[in-house]
Design a binder for this molecule. Structure first.
Ligand code: CUA
Length: 167
């Protein structure tokens, strides 16, 4: 079989690209431990209160240890339910001391929503029937706006909350 010179160059280029790609993928997966989520945690979207984390009294910010917090949120059109304060007013802002490790756990009662703490790596899709969670270290003080980045209906742009990281 005779191969043209350019054909050979192209084949070498193609095969070496593939090898490089597989090496990068293998390095990321086996040495760096980068994996997609291994399982989904499911929940009944019609009865999220049955799940301990999403009982009304457990919503919002909970301190679990020195510098460790959990934030439980139920999203619905067009609101993030962060629980109520001692006066019975709906909480809109979560205040976290700088340097804390925060586990965000979310679910939704109705449609797909987003949860993006703008300016950080916290960015999740929130789907009915599933619990989305992400742990982040909040190192940079400031006020972060939480936005819904999945179009969920006419009030989509009104759906927000605030995360404040203080010194
Ligand atoms: Cu919720 Cu868009």
């Amino acid at each position: 079989m005779h191969l043209h010179k350019y054909e050979k160059i192209w084949l070498i280029f193609g095969i070496s690209s593939l090898v490089v790609f597989l090496c990068v993928l293998g390095y990321g997966a086996f040495w760096k431990g980068t994996h997609p989520q291994s399982h989904g945690v499911t929940i009944d979207p019609n009865n999220v209160e049955a799940y301990e984390a999403f009982k009304p009294e457990n919503l919002g910010l909970t301190k679990v240890d020195d510098n460790r917090y959990i934030v439980n949120i139920v999203a619905s059109a067009f609101n993030y339910d962060l629980g109520k304060d001692e006066n019975g007013t709906a909480v809109r802002t979560i205040r976290i001391p700088k340097g804390s490790t925060v586990l965000f756990q979310l679910t939704t009662k109705d449609v797909v929503h987003g949860f993006n703490v703008a300016g950080t790596n916290v960015n999740m899709m929130v789907e009915p029937g599933y619990i989305s969670s992400y742990e982040a270290v909040m190192n940079k003080p400031g006020e972060y706006t939480v936005v819904c980045n999945e179009y969920c209906g006419v009030g989509h742009h009104m759906m927000y909350a605030t995360v404040e990281v203080y010194e």
